[in-house]
Design a binder for this molecule. Structure first.
Ligand code: SF4
Ligand code: SF4
Length: 383
């Protein structure tokens, strides 16, 4: 398993984690098997947004005795008062549900306390300008939550959340189809079979791309929901692309966005856990998603998609990584955050190692001017 540090927290999360919703239906024994299969292979992060006490209890029993090996994302404001997954901004209601989460899981702390479903300007105001923020900060001071974050599906609201400087983590919906739909789209409407294709406009959505860079620059980690677009990207009939993607390609797309720490996968069976974890043994060629999206160049042209289809490089430069740090540095256009410089310097090879052979530019499906980017990286970061 590979682990990445969540923002500035010092907490290391596995690059593949478990989404919680798929654990609602299976009986308790199967949930135990699913979670054991994941934890036994190094998965250490599980999202528990679900308000239902039964599923929380199942998860609590499944992690019993291994609580210190699991990072739990718990949500503040997820309720089932009127229907499953209702959102509440009422302080007393949020407290009640959060406290019962601790009881149901049999724990006295939650690793990541996330404000639930903060998508609209109204959500933002109610959470960050009302009593909920004080409540969450008090939980953090008392050690009941180790870090604070929010779950969100809207890039503009997510940007506002990151800019508060109060969060370490955003749980955000990321897959190549969502990254190409207008920022104002309702993500849950897109999961309707017909609407994903209707709304798809074959252009990378700039506000989403810039959100990921901002998160990297501010050291806010991202955990990914909807990694597989509810399975639609795996289906030849439902995908908006010319062909289906594999689970591994979807995971790789998520993990190659800046700031992403962990791709959370909803697994209904032990076999689905193993299929997701097969990603770790895949070759670079198997992970490469560029063939799926290269036909939709649009705004991609000239912009690195971090796919590394251009490798091998004779100078052994990780072109995607250098390009990613260069893009993150462009967020500030001047003073580059020291953490970004450190990450860049930690690479084995740098822009300065480029011998301008041009082989990457011939292989890049997105016409990226790699040689010029390597020179720019050298100018920005030195080395
Ligand atoms: S330069 Fe092109 S092929 Fe290489 S990582 Fe970027 S988009 Fe992919
Ligand atoms: S041009 Fe530079 S980055 Fe591209 S393959 Fe050659 S040495 Fe590597």
């Amino acid at each position: 398993m590979e682990y990445r540090t969540v923002g500035k927290t010092g907490i290391n999360a596995s690059v593949i984690g478990l989404g919680g919703e798929s654990l609602v239906e299976p009986p308790a024994k199967e949930v135990e098997d699913i979670i054991a299969a994941a934890l036994d292979r190094g998965v250490n992060i599980i999202d528990v947004f679900m308000p239902g006490r039964e599923v929380r209890g199942k998860i609590g029993r499944a992690v019993k005795g291994r609580r210190d090996k699991v990072l739990i994302q718990g949500h503040i404001g997820s309720t089932d008062i009127h229907e499953q997954n209702d959102v509440s901004r009422d302080l007393a209601t949020c407290k009640k549900y959060f406290e019962s989460l601790l009881t149901d899981l049999g724990t006295d702390y939650i690793d990541f306390g996330l404000f639930f479903f903060v998508d609209t300007p109204d959500d933002f105001s109610k959470v960050f300008e009302g009593g909920l923020l004080d409540y969450a900060l008090t939980l953090k001071r008392k050690g009941v939550i180790r870090a604070l974050g929010a779950s969100c599906h809207n890039s503009e609201t997510a940007r506002r959340i990151v800019e508060t400087g109060l969060v370490d983590l955003i749980m955000f919906s990321i897959n190549p189809a969502f990254d190409m739909t207008p920022a104002e789209s309702d993500i849950y409407e897109l999961l309707d079979d017909a609407k994903l294709k209707q709304n798809f406009d074959f252009h990378i959505e700039r506000s989403r791309a810039s959100l990921y860079r901002l998160c990297a620059e501010r050291e806010v980690g991202i955990t990914v929901m909807k990694t597989l677009c509810a399975g639609k990207l795996l289906s030849a009939d439902l995908t908006p692309f010319s062909g289906p993607m594999t689970v591994g390609q979807c995971i790789h797309y998520a993990l190659t966005r800046p700031a992403v720490v962990s791709a959370l996968i909803g697994c209904k069976t032990r076999e689905e856990v193993l299929e997701a974890l097969r990603y770790l043994d895949m070759s670079d060629e198997e992970r490469d998603y560029s063939s799926v999206i290269e036909h939709y160049q649009g705004d991609f042209r000239g912009n690195c998609m971090y796919c590394n289809h251009c490798l091998p490089c004779p100078a052994r430069i990780d072109v995607a990584a250098v390009s990613k740090y260069l893009d993150i540095a462009s967020v500030t256009q001047g003073r580059v955050a020291s953490s970004v410089v450190q990450h860049y310097k930690a690479l084995d090879k740098h822009g300065s190692d480029c011998i301008a052979c041009g082989s990457c530019e011939k292989r890049c499906p997105f016409s990226v001017p790699v040689i010029s980017n390597m020179r720019r990286a050298n100018a920005v970061f030195g080395l």
